[in-house]
Design a protein around this ligand. Structure first.
Ligand code: CDP
Ligand code: CDP
Length: 227
């Protein structure tokens, strides 16, 4: 991994529909940071495994299939997208089948190890594209992927409000069940990293959350340009 010193890394974690990707997208646009949605990575791998007929309760088959996949990155605007075997996964990653299977594949250590390497490599991608910051969101960014990131946020929201947000998007998704699986797995569980800034967005608009996070980023940028 290249030294991240020239790049400000912002980690955003939280449960399903807590507002991570919307916040990351808005932040990336405001500061010209590169934005990475790691949920997309887990969903993309899951869709590929389902397409290949691999089951999450067959870890050795998963491991073999994983080995065959080449993972690359395409940057479009501020967003960095994962491509698997030269193709960017499409809408299938939001299907009810993927929603139901993703937390099971995400609990496999081999899947997490492969994505850890890939996700850390996004620092090089961001530097190569001339970005001054990288905002990455997921479940283990501030705890495992970039535990030394200077800015780490954890978004909360009441489960009822999160279910309402997902339903409004027209999705069939059992977010409470995914949260339960994601929080209880052995490898890189969903947890509030020590020292992370927690934000409860239940009664906040997206704009209010973004302004709160952006203030911290501005403060950090001011401090680092002064030192
Ligand atoms: O958008 P939503 O919050 O519903 O989920 P997502 O961010 O697209 O992530 C889908 C699933 O991927 C999660 O429920 C986790 O099982 C897994 N995931 C993970 O384990 N670690 C991450 N850093 C990101 C996602
Ligand atoms: O990435 P994650 O699954 O955590 O959430 P998201 O996809 O960013 O947000 C889920 C939905 O909730 C989106 O339609 C957002 O516009 C909405 N949202 C909201 O209504 N209020 C917030 N404070 C944050 C997100």
């Amino acid at each position: 991994m290249a030294s991240p010193t020239r790049l400000l890394i912002v980690a955003i974690d939280g449960g399903a529909a807590s507002g991570k990707s919307s916040t990351a997208r808005a932040l990336a646009a405001r500061f010209n940071f590169m934005q990475v949605e790691t949920g997309f990575h887990y969903r993309a791998i899951t869709a590929e495994m389902l397409r290949l007929g691999v089951r999450s309760d067959d870890p050795s088959h998963s491991q073999r299939a994983l080995h065959e996949l080449s993972l690359e990155t395409r940057v479009e605007g501020q967003a960095a997208w994962l491509e698997i075997n030269g193709r960017r996964p499409g809408d299938e990653i939001r299907s009810p089948e993927v929603n139901a299977a993703v937390s099971h594949f995400a609990a496999l250590p081999a899947v997490r190890a492969r994505l850890l390497t890939y996700q850390r490599s996004q620092v090089d991608v961001a530097l190569a594209h001339g970005f001054r910051g990288l905002v990455m969101e997921g479940r283990d960014i501030g705890s495992v992927i970039f535990p030394d990131a200077p800015l780490r946020f954890f978004l909360h929201a009441d489960p009822t409000e999160r279910a309402r947000r997902r339903a409004q998007e027209g999705q069939t998704d059992s977010i409470t069940e995914r949260d339960r699986l994601d929080s209880s797995r052995k490898t890189a569980p969903l947890t509030i990293p020590e020292g992370a800034i927690a934000i409860d967005s239940t009664y906040l608009t997206l704009n209010e959350v973004v302004n709160h996070v952006a203030k911290q980023v501005e403060q950090h940028l001011r401090q680092s340009s002064a030192s």
